[in-house]
Design a protein around this ligand. Structure first.
Ligand code: ADP
Ligand code: ZN
Length: 619
């Protein structure tokens, strides 16, 4: 292990400087953003709460202090399915890492415990539920802990969107080990969640604990929210025109739509694999492994997929159904483009989504407070969908970073949607609902309301005598699609509600001022064409910067990497990231020393793969 302690005869007083470890072990030249400050603080024994977006470089913030400080860095992470990959990636760097979770055999667990106690580990990953087991606590007592890292720290927040009861036990860590520094990290936290994490983990800012809040912006991700039309066709169009051959994740709400979407994409000749809780564990693991290991695989999944997946080259994340919260949306879309290269976050959204989600909230278990929380999360998500302003400005404001200028790289910046005075249109819909409301036993959906407004004498209109209503035919100034858009926005804003039992529209308290003409309703007109990045067909987002003469070398290196990864049974990016291979292809290093200067090539990887890479370049 090329870290300080093997070189240092007195491991108690490690002499390695963080920058030295960054260069030798990780092969990176300099720290990014607040990394240096955070690492220095934790190395010095301080506690830290770190809010940094996905891809910001959180892992180094605890990995380097774990290597610099005496003892083992204990990382608490809920991502059991990924611990093996995380540990593999560290081992490939020459870091001594292990994990303890429920997927191991007794023997594997014993081996790891022994390595921990005899000081043969630098990092130990633990599932939070293991900390509830008294034997784990006593194990930690008997070894030497360099620090506790609490990954996905937002899981401790009960008011947040991803609460995990096991996380509450983490408050005990500092009571039991008051001298061991703790670093809590998350990529998703509103101001309220931030405060709750600090309170529950006793990390309120003070002398010992510092908070590091990075900008949440992910400038390389292009955010787009499209009106839902034929979602699978729209998705296919996105993939074909902008992301051919790219890896991506497609999120759907139900298992059924996951299956059908994966089948649809596969029938179009794409490599698309389903992932949801209804599949057996073996299939899930195999599909996840292919996504991680092969290039250009698309996974169609429920939200159960992707947490903590640090595949750096996911080029697009698509949502075919509306996410339940902005936090969830931001976390899921954040899985795109961790390598900093251009990526797309695309969401298709329509009236049925709003109706369905409102209904699910009404019917959900739990008390009024719980339902109120769900409704607030949904309202924030809907506001993002219906905004006429920059999506990024709004997202950042939601996470407490107010006043960001329009980004120029989201759909509303690229094709400015119009806003129009929809007061009269809203009144027409609300009046129609008011008249239908008297027949509440009946189920009248959006179709019936629109038929009435457009004056269509359909069978159902005649059956209920709706052509004799005063509102019949008063809405011919708009087309059917436009009326749907208006209806969607009224429901999204709570000016109209959905009565869950009959799934019919009803007025709300907020409807009345509109009906009485006391309140103006500004609406969004969906742009006709969706924003699209100008990129030549067939070229992928990841490819723009490579010079033509470097491209074949890059392909050769990728082939070598693919074969090596397969041989070793690890994901390709564990060997080298795309960005590193691209730099090698452009620079064409002729010696090991030149190769070692490439970002992402540390000592261990240079020793392990250096000759092979040089060989691949000269072949
Ligand atoms: P996070 O956990 O915040 O999502 P990671 O720790 O996975 O982010 O880092 C994202 C990517 O950036 C990884 O590929 C990592 O190796 C790389 N990275 C992190 N810090 C640096 C740095 N100082 N220099 C170069 N690359 C870095
Ligand atoms: Zn924008």
């Amino acid at each position: 292990m090329p870290d300080a302690r093997t070189a240092d005869p007195a491991p108690e007083s490690s002499a390695a400087a963080p920058l030295d470890v960054l260069r030798r072990v990780f092969g990176y030249e300099s720290f990014r953003g607040q990394q240096a400050e955070i690492i220095e603080h934790v190395c010095g024994g301080g506690d830290a709460l770190v809010l940094m977006p996905t891809g910001g470089g959180k892992s180094l913030c605890y990995q380097i202090p774990a290597l610099v400080r005496a003892g083992v860095g204990v990382v608490v992470s809920p991502l059991i399915a990924l611990m093996q990959d995380q540990v593999d990636a560290l081992r490939a760097l020459g870091v001594r890492a292990g994990f303890l979770n429920s997927t191991q055999t007794l023997e594997e667990r014993r081996d790891t415990e022994r390595a921990f106690l005899s000081g043969e580990l630098d990092l130990l990953y633990l599932a939070p539920e293991r900390l509830r087991v008294p034997s784990t606590m006593s194990l930690l007592d008997r070894g030497r802990v360099a620090l506790f890292a609490i990954d996905e720290a937002h899981c401790v927040a009960q008011w947040g969107h991803d609460f995990r009861p096991d996380y509450l036990a983490l408050s005990e860590l500092h009571e039991r080990w008051p001298d061991v520094p703790r670093i809590a990290l998350t990529a998703t936290a509103t101001e309220a969640t931030h405060a709750e994490i600090a309170q529950r983990l006793d990390l309120r800012p003070g002398e010992r604990a510092r908070h590091f809040v990075a900008s949440f912006d992910r400038p390389n991700i292009q955010y787009r929210i499209a009106p839902k039309d034929e979602p699978r066709r729209q998705l296919l169009d996105l993939i074909r025109t902008e992301h051919a051959g790219d890896a991506g994740i497609v999120y759907c709400l139900s298992r059924n739509s996951v299956e059908r979407t994966a089948e649809f994409l596969a029938a179009q000749g794409l490599v698309a694999l389903p992932y949801h809780a209804g599949l057996d564990a073996g299939t899930r693991a195999a599909n996840q492994a292919r996504f991680l290991r092969e290039d250009g695989v698309i996974v169609v999944a429920t939200i159960a997929f992707g947490m903590g997946i640090d595949k750096p080259d996911v080029r697009f994340v698509a949502h075919l159904d509306l996410p339940k919260s902005v936090e969830g949306y931001y976390q899921e879309t954040g899985r795109a483009g961790r390598d900093g290269l251009p990526s797309t976050a695309w969401l298709a959204y329509g009236l049925a989504d709003v109706v369905q989600q409102r209904k699910m909230i009404e019917e959900s278990d739990g008390d009024r407070d719980h339902r109120r929380k769900l409704a607030q999360h949904l309202d924030a998500m809907l506001a993002l969908c219906e905004t006429v302003e920059c999506r990024r400005t709004q997202l950042l404001a939601y996470f407490g970073q107010r006043g960001a200028p329009p980004c120029g790289n989201c759909d509303t910046c690229l094709v400015q949607p119009e806003s129009w005075d929809g007061t009269v249109a809203a009144q027409k819909i609300l009046s129609t609902v008011f008249r239908l409301d008297r027949e509440r036993r009946q189920k009248f959906g959006a179709g019936q309301i629109i038929d009435i407004l457009l004056g269509r004498r359909t069978a159902k209109v005649e059956q209920f005598d709706h052509h004799s209503l005063t509102v019949f035919g008063i809405g011919t100034e708009l087309g059917e699609g436009e009326w749907r858009t208006v209806l969607r926005q009224l429901v999204a804003r709570g000016l109209l509600a959905v009565e869950p039992r009959h799934q019919t529209f009803v007025l709300t308290e907020e409807s009345r001022p509109v009906l009485r003409g006391e309140q103006q309703v500004m609406l969004r007109r969906d742009p006709q064409r969706q924003a699209r990045r100008a990129r030549p067909a067939g070229s992928s987002a990841a490819q723009p910067a490579l010079a033509p003469e470097a491209a074949p070398l890059f392909e050769r290196l990728r082939t070598w990497r693919g074969a090596t990864a397969k041989e070793q049974g690890v994901p390709a990016y564990v060997i080298f990231h795309d960005a590193t291979l691209r730099e090698i292809a452009s620079r064409r290093p002729a010696s090991l020393a030149e190769l070692g200067a490439v970002s992402g090539v540390g000592e261990t990887k240079l020793a392990r793969y250096g000759e092979q890479v040089l060989q691949a370049l000269t072949d």
